[in-house]
Ligand binder design. Structure first.
Ligand SMILES: O=C(O)CCC(=O)C(=O)O
Length: 297
């Protein structure tokens, strides 16, 4: 790398802080360096940037096409490519998640600008889904690789917006495998019955929170964070008082590549409807719509 930036690793699993940069004046070669660093560290922090919303969006365009949030509205900033979370509006993402996995093509990366920081608290944590996968036992890895999972946008009051993704995805650049289920958006392992799915999903979504897989970042105003959304989850600590405002630019997604094909057909509940079959009905709806779309083509 030709740049004289200082790179400081922040944890064993992922995360590095980069200083000596100005993200408003990046060259093509700087962008290549940032991409390489992101592949290596999965989440990068650039303190002291203070860029305007327009400069933030212009920086984001270097990495691909941008998308606005499909479901949520901004409290303050009216810009088509900026998604804003403000604490006064209840915008605290304190459940572990990979962004917008309820879409067929979830975003590949996000660029966050910390605009207004609380005096204390409000740190964000990220976890490495590659390490989470690597440290599963072989039988558990095999079980996960042969399955897919249903995700939905219920946290945004839109449970009808759904996608099915492999439980283990492959990173298109590195070939590494990630455990791709999260407690915020993942509802059901498609090939298992509801009881089995609940136990396995609870286990996996808990497993990814293992502190050994994580990094925790304490913000200062003006810091930019960039993360690879294909192999990480994140979580905000809801332990602050006062205002916390962040703005996000989101780079559009790619098709999620499976580590293996599912070992079975979707598990469909036979017999009478039951109060316990909420996600069975949701799955049926998803597959009915998908089959209908295929028939219409
Ligand atoms: O507020 C943060 O630190 C993270 C925001 C977040 O969870 C998101 O942009 O998806």
């Amino acid at each position: 790398m030709a740049n004289q930036w200082q790179i400081k690793r922040l944890a064993g699993a992922l995360g590095a802080e980069v200083s000596g940069t100005d993200l408003t004046t990046t060259t093509n070669s700087d962008i290549q360096d940032i991409k390489a660093l992101l592949t290596e560290h999965k989440v990068l922090f650039f303190p002291g940037q203070n860029i305007s919303p327009e400069q933030h969006v212009a920086f984001g365009h270097n990495f691909g096409e941008l998308e606005n949030h499909p479901n949520l509205k901004n409290p303050f900033t009216d810009h088509p490519y900026i998604f804003e979370l403000a604490a006064t509006q209840g915008g605290v993402a304190d459940e572990w998640h990979t962004d917008i996995t309820f879409q067929e093509q979830p975003s590949i990366m996000s660029i966050l600008h910390m605009v207004k920081c609380p005096e204390y608290g409000g740190d964000t944590m990220w976890t490495s889904l590659e390490q989470a996968y690597d440290e599963l036992s072989k039988p558990m890895q095999q079980l996960c690789e042969g399955t897919t999972a249903l995700h939905d946008a219920a946290p945004h009051s839109r449970p009808e917006v759904m996608a099915v993704h492999p439980v283990v995805r492959v990173h298109p650049e590195t070939g590494r495998k990630s455990l791709y289920v999260n407690e915020h958006f993942t509802r059901r392992i498609v090939e298992m019955n509801n009881t089995e799915s609940r136990v396995v999903l609870d286990y996996l979504t808990d497993w990814v929170k293992n502190p050994r897989f994580t990094v925790r970042y304490h913000w200062t105003p003006g810091t930019i964070a960039i993360w690879d959304n294909r192999c990480t989850q994140h979580f905000v600590l809801n332990d602050f008082e006062g205002e916390r405002v962040i703005q996000r630019v989101t780079v559009m997604g790619d098709q999620v590549e499976a580590a293996a094909q599912p070992v079975a057909q979707p598990w469909v509940r036979e017999g009478r409807k039951s109060a316990t079959s909420r996600y069975d009905r949701q799955m049926r709806q998803y597959f009915r719509e998908r089959d209908q779309e295929a028939a219409d083509v």
